[in-house]
Write a protein of this length. Structure first.
Length: 565
């Protein structure tokens, strides 16, 4: 079976939008061949209620954007989209999606090609496509039947945006071999959800190889897939600073990166508390997937992936739900504090992308005075169950660490982490290598520069807590593995590890600024070089050598961070 989505049906269902889009060939060439510096583009509403994209900032536009592909000089693409409140919410979401798909088409194809070749082995499983179709039909029905429910309004706006991004991409693409199906765009958005959806559907993208693996390497593959990220929330000793940040772990073939800023002027009926979201992301993805978000409500939202070791819970994964990537967008928009972020995110739990989410509310931080209750919430999800709590009292002792091991005892046990004693302390909440590194180092962090360095830390050759393994670090570098350790599930060398870091302090949250560095850490290690090592991964759109500085991201620019004295 080969299923193809009817994009026009989806757009009518979610957006009541015409499919007629008028864009000239001259404009296509100008936009797709994006220059290396940031350029301004406008999405104008045409007579058929479609869009045409023009250069410059025109005041009657439905949406405007600043865009640039700076992958070769900074390790980032950059896009900042703003919508016009003179148009209705559906038109704004549609214009934002269309504009992004159109101007970033080249990067979108690069991201998809790397994923399609390396991850999907050039074949997407029919069961996954059918599940996605069923899930879309469920959401269409709920949107249509709950027109007065702001939650489902928001679901409709997200799906309108992604459907229009698909349309904008294909309108900008002049090479027929690079046209994409709608499910290709959705798979890029649900890359995190596929971690759990694939085993829930009992599918493997490399089934023959997976079946031949011994149990220990099955576990190694589990950690490579779900061992996503390290995070540290740090309160300084004198209560003057609160640092929040995150280091993404992933396969290096996923390093076609985009830093994104969305500013929507949605109506009051949408109950959107947040207008502006800043986040590290990937071409075509409307959520972060890393995940790291700075919101203009004063919230910082991050997560590290716990994953599932107990496959017996996957029967609870159903298409009659909302995937994680959509729920986080909605929670970010609708929440004003950590508690209602958690209640909003927990709704319509899909049981996919089972993470530890950390919500830092800078409105509850009074510099030099107090860390008020509600400053830090933690939420963990498994199929059929969500648990969350205010952990500010723990942060008052100095910090909150996160490293892909569940914190809540029930979730730790039910998701299968309590059956890993044969691997020593590797899956222990308190005793795993990153937990011990954070416990030793976190309360010696006093400055923002020290905090950034902690997020990039990997001194595996000299740090006894790394046990001689380059994967046992805050920012892992599995490409540097030199020997097998029978007591460590990370056995083999691979182009996998930390691929970025993002960090903020109190002033940066107030001013909507993020410090971000793209690429594997090179603080204590040599820069990653695709030409060094026998790597077979496709990596189009990337530089060969990854040695980029910290950048300061704002709502209208990205510039190198000033060097510390």
């Amino acid at each position: 079976m080969k299923f193809y989505f009817n994009i026009l049906v989806l757009i009518v269902a979610f957006a009541s939008l015409s499919s007629s889009i008028d864009v000239s060939r001259q404009q296509r060439q100008h936009t797709v061949n994006a220059p290396s510096n940031l350029q301004t583009f406008t999405a104008l509403l045409d007579l058929n209620n479609g869009f045409r994209v023009v250069s410059g900032n025109q005041s009657n536009g439905v949406a405007w954007c600043l865009y640039g592909n700076e992958m070769m000089t900074t390790g980032w693409g950059y896009i900042s989209i703003q919508t016009n409140g003179a148009y209705n919410d559906t038109q704004q979401a549609s214009a934002a999606g269309y504009l992004e798909g159109y101007v970033s088409a080249e990067m979108i194809y690069q991201n998809w090609y790397n994923m399609y070749v390396n991850e999907y082995k050039k074949s997407v499983n029919d069961k996954a496509i059918a599940w996605i179709d069923s899930n879309n039909r469920y959401m269409q029905q709920q949107v249509a039947e709950n027109l007065d429910d702001p939650y489902w309004q928001q679901v409709g706006l997200v799906m309108t945006q992604v459907a229009s991004l698909f349309q904008g991409y294909n309108d900008a693409t002049t090479d027929p071999s690079q046209s994409l199906e709608f499910y290709d765009i959705l798979l890029m958005n649900m890359d995190g959800d596929m971690i759990d959806l694939a085993p829930a559907l009992n599918i493997s993208f490399d089934a023959a190889t997976a079946a031949a693996l011994p149990p220990k390497q099955h576990l190694e593959n589990f950690m490579r897939k779900t061992g996503h990220c390290s995070s540290l929330i740090k309160l300084t000793d004198d209560l003057t600073e609160l640092y929040a940040g995150h280091t993404t772990w992933s396969s290096f073939y996923e390093m076609v990166r985009m830093f994104k800023i969305y500013t929507f002027a949605f109506s009051s009926s949408s109950l959107s508390r947040s207008a502006t979201t800043m986040f590290s992301s990937y071409p075509a993805s409307l959520s972060s997937i890393d995940d790291f978000y700075l919101l203009d409500t004063g919230l910082v939202v991050v997560e590290t992936t716990n994953g599932m070791m107990n496959n017996n819970l996957y029967y609870l994964v159903t298409p009659s739900s909302v995937l994680s990537w959509i729920r986080v967008i909605i929670a970010n928009r609708m929440a004003s504090n950590g508690a209602n972020w958690c209640t909003t995110f927990g709704r319509e739990n899909s049981g996919t992308y089972n993470n530890q989410w950390i919500i830092v509310d800078y409105n509850k931080f009074e510099s030099g005075v107090d860390a008020h209750d509600g400053m830090v919430y933690v939420l963990e999800q498994i199929p059929g169950y969500v648990e969350y709590d205010d952990v500010t009292n723990i942060v008052r002792t100095g910090y909150w660490p996160s490293y892909n091991v569940p914190y809540f005892e029930y979730i730790y046990n039910v998701s299968g982490f309590n059956n890993t004693q044969s691997y020593g302390n590797f899956f222990s909440y308190s005793g795993n290598p990153r937990a011990m590194i954070f416990r030793r180092d976190a309360n010696n962090v006093y400055t923002f520069e020290q905090y950034q360095a902690e997020l990039r830390y990997n001194n595996w050759e000299h740090d006894p807590l790394s046990a001689g393994n380059s994967g046992n670090a805050i920012s892992s570098r599995f490409d540097l593995v030199t020997k097998s350790d029978p007591n460590n599930p990370y056995l083999n060398k691979d182009a996998f590890g930390g691929i970025d870091s993002k960090a903020v302090n109190h002033a940066m949250v107030r001013n909507m600024q993020v410090a971000a560095q793209s690429g594997p850490t090179y603080d204590q290690q040599p820069p990653f070089n695709w030409k060094q090592g026998d790597w077979t991964y496709t990596h189009v759109g990337m530089p060969e050598i990854w040695q980029f500085p910290w950048m300061i991201m704002t709502t209208n620019n990205m510039v190198p961070a000033p060097k510390s004295n």
